[in-house]
Design a binder for this molecule. Sequence first.
Ligand SMILES: [Zn+2]
Ligand SMILES: [Zn+2]
Length: 176
Amino acid sequence: MFIEIEDLKPEPLHVHHTYGIGEIRFSHDDAALSRPVTADFVLTHKDGELQVGGTVETAIRCTCSRCARDFTRDVSATFDLSYLPQPEWTSENAEIELRYEDMEVGYYDGITFDVDLMVLEQIELAIPMRFVCREDCKGLCYKCGADLNEGTCQCKAEEVDSRLSVLLEFKKKSGR
Ligand SMILES: [Zn+2]
Ligand SMILES: [Zn+2]
């Protein structure tokens, strides 16, 4: 969805839009959108400068990086952003760039605002770097691949056994 700035009325524009799953180009190795994306925001503008504030909500189906189990989690982003017309690159506005560095400021071409891109960025910012199904996920056994959330595997038991037999051996030798 694109918003043409010259078509905007002076008053704030309220946008409520739902994207079908395939409409947002979210591409990730181990995650996919699992619910339509709802964008709800108000856009105000003054002299080409845009203020965009609202929410983006969806859900993703992703793979736990520890136990490889698939799970679904809600994604919800609240944002309040400013967009400025992309300045021409000169040495003077290098300073402007720096001044805005710490603020939530983006740029657009001054003519058309790309809503899809903003929505995608908000989803990307709201998801973690690594997906973990739950904070205390124990992951898989590095030896046999068993899911340790479902109990200890044979390897753990064997490790204990071998430690125990070393101990028994030691006891035998020392004659105690
Ligand atoms: Zn997990
Ligand atoms: Zn194991």
